[in-house]
Design a protein around this ligand. Sequence first.
Ligand SMILES: Nc1ncnc2c1ncn2[C@@H]1O[C@H](COP(=O)(O)OP(=O)(O)O)[C@@H](O)[C@H]1O
Length: 271
Amino acid sequence: MMAITRFINRTTSSSSVSYLARRSITHAPKRVDSKDRNVQWVFLGCPGVGKGTYATRLCNLLGVPHIATGDLVRHQLSSNGPLSSQLSEIVNQGKLVSDEIIISLLSARLAAGEAKGESGFILDGFPRTIKQAEILEGVTDIDLVVNLKLKEEVLLEKCLGRRICSQCGGNFNVASINMKGENGRPGTVMAPLLPPAHCMSKLIIRSDDTEAVVKERLRIYNEMSQPVEEFYRSRGKLLEFDLPGGIPETWPKLLLALNLDDYEEKQSAAA
Ligand SMILES: Nc1ncnc2c1ncn2[C@@H]1O[C@H](COP(=O)(O)OP(=O)(O)O)[C@@H](O)[C@H]1O
């Protein structure tokens, strides 16, 4: 815990002025200036909503690291380190890892990033408890918290459709969602995100993406993580974003909501 405190304090004090007014997220975020793009953002949302997909894309666009605590946990699991058997039991039951372990993994990741000269970040999957949110709030200045939302019925299917290429690590989804609208609510159509041919034979499924475990993760999200939304809402930092569909519909709308709609064009023009 000391390490994260020390690290984040240093990052905050040395970071360039953040381009989002801190407590004004009830309004649209300020337009991004390409030379002033240090971001300290958090992505919240249920398992399967697409936090990883959209956070990765935004990180590529903004040139900041995507730090997903789920990836840090999986890295520990695959490295067979001292924590791995304890972690695998927790993760494969759909439970949350202790705040202490997750903070020490995040702290180590942030310190390694700092050593490489990284600045800014998009956090994905952290904070997931009020305690984690309080610790983060106490040591750094989060500019914006994006809360991605999707109908609960779609989330299970999305999780069960997830596939990872065991060679390149790419994330894909074979689920084809076509849910009719009801009672005036719009339907949801999401095309699968299929891998290129060379990844097809190397696809694996996360061990915690079984129906029983995903249902438990969704239950735990509602119990432990939903209060985190209120934590940030009450501080004026929460940007609610309902996914309108798959990536082609969602990406431009997300850029618009983040006031980054002309940023992508400027970047490609400059490339
Ligand atoms: N901030 C966190 N606090 C506690 N446990 C976490 C946290 N982030 C990740 N984990 C553990 O790693 C697992 C996988 O996380 P993640 O990849 O973010 O999954 P999801 O698809 O549920 O969003 C979680 O089910 C949990 O056991």
